[in-house]
Ligand binder design. Structure first.
Ligand code: CAA
Length: 418
């Protein structure tokens, strides 16, 4: 299927590389200095092109494989290859390192578009871009960037390894240890629920080099699969089944000290600051998912006739549909607002937490309603509507549970009001 589509028809690279126009979005679009105040969901011409192009890729290349990948619980390698060919695996990475040198908002738009068709493909792209690439871009040395960013932009999938069996929400209680021996660190421990890890070749591992310092001993290491990372159990999941989630074991994993990212003891800050951004990515995945379910189910309500009229014409249905559309729009505005604040250099942690919290709730409620709107058909696996609901459940769990988002928001409110 993928090969049947000519690259010139769908490739993002030609225009995504025209980075200045894309980057201008963050300044010109929301510029207050020149008096231009656009609506939050107004996209620049470049962004519209990006959106259309990712949409085309998702519909023509990803859509035909969604059901098979879900049933097989396996990402098709051709999809990953396609994401690289489209320039979607180094969206913000500088062109000198093989990336598209585009904006954070461009990444958000791409993640949203992919999720409309397959939230699994979306999260693969999201974690790779908003967590892994971001850490190398922001905290890597020049040598680390030169070594890893081109690989990440062109062919090697990245994975972010923070969670452990005993530290999920309490992420800084991680037990993986790194001990310095000569010019290397020896890492021992386990990671759990690691997205992309089955296919990944580049891993960012968070390990504590000095537990006596508590979370201030947490350090981020860049490692490659061939160093001896053991990919253990691959989880069987309720949703996003094509996205891999594995346990990783490190048994005397030797990583050169030169692979420490951002300095010894800086890992906790790197992890959470990057997760603040990543949460906007998950919010984008969730609004895309909600829209995808909505787009599949609503047309059916205007075709399905009961009691002499389309079921979508009954007020009971009309109001549900209107409510869902409003919820999606609200979640989208929260998400775009958080993205724009980030690009403007304003604080965005609270806004990102709000966006993820609301978007994951909306994804769950809209995809659940979509099944009911399509009735028996929606409950079968044929239409793919039920998959959106299964996929939505993870939104309230990864990159900080809903309770963690609430706690983050509450901390800001307490600071503001006391
Ligand atoms: N932004 C920036 N800094 C933050 C922060 C935030 N949102 N939350 C906490 N911090 C900083 C604090 O400022 C403090 O740093 P200093 O000592 O330098 O001032 C430090 O972190 C500890 O703060 P707390 O004692 O308040 O934090 P805590 O230990 O109670 O919890 C936390 C902190 C672990 C970050 C928790 O709030 C949290 O977010 N847990 C969720 C973890 C998570 O998101 N995991 C995702 C796994 S990866 C994943 O899911 C990817 C995927 O598969 C898709």
């Amino acid at each position: 299927m993928f090969r049947a589509i000519s690259r010139s028809q769908i490739s993002l690279r030609p225009f995504i590389r025209r980075a200045p126009a894309c980057r201008a979005f963050s300044s010109s679009h929301v510029s207050r200095s020149d008096g231009i105040l656009n609506s939050l969901d107004t996209l620049t011409e470049e962004e519209q092109l990006l959106q259309e192009s990712v949409r085309r890729f998702a519909n023509e290349v990803v859509a035909p494989k969604v059901r098979e990948m879900d049933e097989n619980e396996m990402m098709d390698p051709e999809i990953i290859k396609g994401l690289y060919e489209q320039g979607l695996m180094g969206i913000e990475t500088p062109a000198d390192y093989g990336g598209a040198e585009s904006s954070f908002t461009a990444a958000i738009i791409a993640i949203e578009e992919l999720a409309k068709v397959d939230p699994s493909v979306s999260v693969l792209c999201d974690v790779h871009n908003t967590l892994v690439n971001t850490i190398f871009r922001k905290h890597g040395t020049k040598e680390q960037q030169e070594k890893f960013l081109p690989l990440l932009s062109e062919s090697k999938l990245g994975s972010f390894c923070l969670s452990e069996p005993a530290s999920g929400s309490d992420a800084f209680a991680l037990k993986t240890r790194a001990e310095k021996i000569g010019d290397d660190y020896i890492i021992n421990g386990s990671k759990m629920w690691i997205t992309n890890s089955y296919e990944a070749e580049i891993f960012l591992i968070f390990a504590n080099v000095d537990p006596s310092k508590g979370y201030k001993g947490i350090t981020c290491f860049a490692a490659t699969r061939d160093m001896g990372i053991q990919i253990a159990k691959k989880e069987q999941k309720l949703g996003i089944r094509a996205s891999s989630t594995c346990t990783l074991n490190f048994d005397d994993l030797k990583v050169p000290a030169a692979n420490i990212i951002g300095g010894v003891g800086q890992g906790y800050k790197i992890a959470i600051e990057c997760l603040n951004e990543g949460r906007i990515g998950i919010a984008a995945q969730m609004i895309g998912l909600a829209q995808g379910a909505f787009d599949k189910a609503v047309p059916y309500t205007y075709q399905r006739v009961q009691f002499g009229q389309p079921v979508g014409h009954f007020q009971g249905m009309q109001f549900q549909i209107a409510d869902a559309a409003t919820d999606i729009a609200a979640a989208r505005l929260l998400t775009y607002n958080a993205a724009r604040r980030k690009e403007e250099g304003k604080s965005f942690t609270k806004e990102a937490a709000m966006a993820k919290l609301v978007a994951s709730r909306v994804a769950q409620s809209v995809s659940g309603a979509a099944i009911e709107w399509a009735g028996g058909v929606g409950f079968t696996r044929e239409t793919g509507i039920e998959k959106y609901w299964r996929d939505s459940k993870i939104g309230a769990i990864y990159e900080g549970t809903s309770n963690i988002q609430l706690q983050t928001i509450a901390k800001f409110i307490q600071k503001e009001y006391s």
